[in-house]
Write a protein that binds this ligand. Structure first.
Ligand SMILES: NC(=O)c1ccc[n+]([C@@H]2O[C@H](COP(=O)([O-])OP(=O)(O)OC[C@H]3O[C@@H](n4cnc5c(N)ncnc54)[C@H](OP(=O)(O)O)[C@@H]3O)[C@@H](O)[C@H]2O)c1
Length: 251
């Protein structure tokens, strides 16, 4: 059924009879009331889960959703986890992926035009990054297995953390520009670029707050690497998908 997730009556019809549902809060950079919209969507989802009598929910969340404030747009995912956690007799699995490779590759057009990658995110901080195909895979497995109880969290962290500088080098290799550089911009400068690209000013400010929280470690994975291994690792690397994401042949 195709419809608007902020309409709880529609969503209840869509969920009725389901053993399990996969839920997410879509990201709308043009929203003039970002957190208000996210709260309405989140409440609609929770109301529909309750009304339809669904017992298992696999909710797409994010690394950083454990932090209540100061993480930019991720605070709406903290709030959604709290709403889902409060559901009685419903088993909720919050999937907390790292940064999507797709989000890094979204800079492809800017990189092609300007020959440099820019953002407000620190270039030298290792960030867990993940392929959305692995997130989808984990969600599908969880929907079928339903092998957790109560409220549980599963991080999805990619084969290794990447700094933004490293991720930019991988982008550059895919584009045949091995010397492609990454420049961290001051927050106000990045916000102005985002507004020019169609972001609502409030969402541009949330991006800058998010970038700062990534850089200072406020947003971080809960599972630490032990001798280079983590149980939350996913298989696909950025090198594996970068060509496909940027619409060029893989290197
Ligand atoms: N991007 C990242 O790096 C990252 C990392 C970790 C977690 N996350 C989280 O993952 C979640 C999904 O992010 P995303 O960037 O993949 O989302 P997205 O592309 O913005 O949205 C996902 C889907 O939701 C649909 N949609 C939008 N508004 C809707 C509505 N009112 N009713 C029903 N469907 C609607 C969109 O359909 P249309 O395409 O047809 O509009 C799209 O297919 C977010 O909560 C985000 O915070 C993102």
């Amino acid at each position: 059924m195709a419809g608007d997730a902020s309409d709880p009556a529609f969503l209840t019809r869509a969920f009725r009879g389901a053993h399990a549902v996969h839920t997410l809060l879509p990201y709308d950079p043009a929203s003039p009331d970002y957190h208000g919209d996210q709260d309405r969507l989140g409440e609609s989802i929770v109301a529909a889960v309750r009304a339809a009598g669904v017992r298992h929910v696999v909710a797409l969340s994010s690394v950083g959703a454990d932090v209540p404030a100061g993480t930019g747009f991720l605070t709406s995912l903290f709030r959604q986890e709290q709403r889902l956690r409060a559901l009685a007799d419903v088993h909720v699995l919050a999937l907390r992926p790292g940064y999507f490779f797709e989000s890094v590759a979204a800079a492809a057009d800017v990189v092609r035009e300007h020959g440099v990658n820019v953002d407000a995110i620190a270039g030298d901080v290792p960030i867990p990054m993940v392929a959305t195909r692995d997130v989808g895979d984990a969600a599908a497995r969880a929907l079928v297995a339903r092998d957790w109880s109560g409220f549980a969290v599963r991080e999805l962290l990619g084969p290794r953390d990447l700094t933004y500088a490293e991720a930019t080098r991988i982008l550059g290799d895919a584009l045949g520009r091995p010397d492609l550089g990454y420049v961290q911009l001051p927050g106000e400068e990045m916000a102005a670029i985002l507004v020019q690209a169609g972001f609502a000013p409030q969402v541009a400010a949330l991006h800058v707050e998010f970038a700062g929280a990534l850089g200072d470690g406020t947003i971080r994975a809960q599972e630490r690497s032990v001798a280079g291994t983590r149980s939350t690792t996913t298989p696909t690397g950025f090198e594996d998908v970068v060509g496909e994401l940027m619409g060029v042949a893989a290197p």
